[in-house]
Write a protein that binds this ligand. Structure first.
Ligand SMILES: NC(=O)c1ccc[n+]([C@@H]2O[C@H](COP(=O)([O-])OP(=O)(O)OC[C@H]3O[C@@H](n4cnc5c(N)ncnc54)[C@H](OP(=O)(O)O)[C@@H]3O)[C@@H](O)[C@H]2O)c1
Length: 271
């Protein structure tokens, strides 16, 4: 098969959040390049559908359902993932859940779910997987953050907290792993056309259930996946995907004129 000539051929890639959106698109793009896949998320039936499509192009695929918000179950998940092919070359911490509620209205349990899913779960997986990579002297940890990991936003307080924390954790991890053969790639999406706003949690935990305009008009998940694979091949440490002019401006203002940005964001019609 032609794809066996790509550097990703035969690499074992564990993708979380592979049941939809960016993770699903990554699974197809990696399958087409001959990678061996482990696909995780909560919805086993959606994972089975994604796996079937990947197998359709000849890829080797395992599915491993898990709930990142259930930290006590994740050590067993890492053991299972590590046993699937005997090695993990690339871990893609892509799964995430967003928020659509003001900070003071958001129930503590909702905050906890968002932080556990977006931060604590990925940190648990990463520490276990990166330890094995460091022993081997090779591997790559990918983590999908957000524009909201760089710039706060109304209605996204807990989501912003979880995504900002990813930058601190994974930048630090990259420094610790420097020279040990293990890389860290931070992916910072702006607006990508996925189910993220549909699944986003409102104040008491009910799903938002609506496609927001930012996502509707955003980059396709397939294009986002291709950008991520190019960044992996190029050995990048951080990339943005699906950034429009507003996103680029917000990041610049955050460092050069934060009070101006805060005034703009306070008046912006964020949904
Ligand atoms: N789309 C955007 O515009 C955008 C912008 C910035 C950042 N991002 C980030 O991009 C990443 C991918 O999201 P997406 O846009 O592709 O949205 P998506 O289509 O909603 O995908 C999110 C994935 O995360 C999984 N997930 C959610 N909670 C989970 C849990 N507790 N345990 C395990 N898996 C869980 C979901 O699967 P199950 O429901 O089956 O568990 C799904 O596969 C996320 O980290 C998100 O924050 C996206």
């Amino acid at each position: 098969m032609a794809h066996t000539t790509t550097p990703l051929a035969n690499k074992v890639v564990w993708i979380t959040g592979a049941s939809s959106g960016i993770g699903e698109a990554l699974a197809y793009a990696l399958a087409a390049r001959g990678a061996r896949l482990i696909l995780s998320a909560r919805r086993a039936e959606r994972l089975a559908e994604v796996a079937a499509r990947c197998k359709g192009v000849g890829a080797s695929v395992d599915i491993l359902p898990l709930d990142l918000a259930d930290g006590s179950s994740l050590a067993a998940s890492v053991r299972e993932a590590s046993a699937a092919y005997g090695i993990i070359d690339i871990l893609v911490n892509n799964a995430g859940i967003s928020q659509r509620a003001e900070a003071i209205d958001t129930a503590p349990d909702v905050v906890r779910t968002i932080i556990e899913t977006n931060l604590i779960g990925p940190v648990i997986l990463t520490a276990e997987v990166a330890r094995r990579m460091r022993e081997r002297g090779s591997g790559l940890i990918v983590v999908v953050s957000s524009l909201v990991g760089k710039v706060g936003s109304p209605l996204r307080s807990a989501y912003a907290a979880s995504k900002h924390a990813l930058h601190g954790y994974f930048d630090s991890l990259r420094m610790e792993l420097a020279g040990r053969g293990v890389g860290v790639l931070l992916v910072v999406p702006g607006f990508v056309r996925t189910e993220i706003s549909l699944a986003a949690l409102e104040a008491t935990g009910q799903p938002h259930g609506r496609m927001d305009p930012g996502q509707r008009d955003g980059m396709s998940p397939e294009a986002a996946a291709e950008r991520i694979l190019r960044a992996i091949a190029a050995g990048k440490e951080e990339i943005s995907v699906g950034f429009d002019a507003r996103a680029r401006l917000a990041v610049i203002l955050r460092s050069l004129a934060p009070r101006l940005l805060a005034r703009i964001m306070a008046k912006a019609r964020v949904v």
